[in-house]
Design a protein around this ligand. Sequence first.
Ligand code: F6P
Length: 346
Amino acid sequence: MIVGMLTGGGDCPGLNPVIRGAVRTIINAGGRVLGLLEGWRGAIEGNTIELTIENTDGIIDKGGTMLGSSRTNPYKKAETVDKLIETFKRLELESLIAIGGDDTLGVASKLFSERGVNTIGCPKTIDNDLSCTDVTFGFDTSINIVMEAIDRIRTTAESHRRIMVVETMGRHAGWIACYSGMASAADYILVPEVEVDLQKMCDTLAARRKAGKKYGIVVVSEGAKLAKDDTFITKDAEIDDFGHVKLGGIGEMIADVIEKRVGVETRCVTLGHIQRGGPPSAYDRVLGTRLGIHAGRLAVKKEYGKMVALRGTNIVSVPLADAVGTMRTLDPAVLDEAEEFFKKPR
Ligand code: F6P
């Protein structure tokens, strides 16, 4: 049994623990694992590395992915899918574990249902917005990074009596902004799920100032929108293979509005890829390892077209097709809880 394995899309802390868990499980069962380098690109071109117990030892604490990643989409051209299937056969792969977000898993699901490729999915994203799993690994590390950054931003905000706007990642879902904002006692949180009401935000910040608070912290997801028409604030017009634009810039816009309307000096900090880098937290190491082991077990049991997932404290498997295409957006109840702190006491 030779199992292929790849990591696709934006990287995330916890990918290496998944790889280590799956490799160990498959080798323990007498199989071999070929790592396909740089996401679907490696699966098309056949760029591989033999994964062993030795070369996956000592990677649990490493951020990123030892396999490399890309946003290559084989479905961009029909002939690329044919090439991928030829490569799959040439490498004598019995199955393929794809570790990725909605885009990567969408490709794995299509390859399974339309072309009969034996795929298994493992969900990853710091954005925590994948369906059918309670949490994605990478999210915990990410909110801790944002929280630590805001702890630092708070002291300088207080010294200068400023309002600081912190722009986080989170394309379609506000999990990162809401959780890190709550963990950092933010004065206001803006997420993609709720249309931004600039006046309400400014009134809240002004009221806090009037009540004696000398500084303010606003956390905003990069995907938060100012208008009902679903328009993202973008860096440039460039789009990737899956049709996504490069987000960024809403934090600066918000900071400008606050400075003008509240009349307080305001600065913006965009945390960017720092949120995805460095060693995974203990939670993400354990979650990644468990998901990897279970993905490996699905390969050993030849159960294909499935994705491993966290349900409560258990690792389960769900149909891959159910997990792709719909985002798991922020639970409104959590935002509502965070907003208790934005209210003016009666
Ligand atoms: O992986 C998800 C994500 O981190 C989004 O939050 C963000 O919009 C995007 O990736 C950034 O991707 P890139 O690394 O291509 O700039």
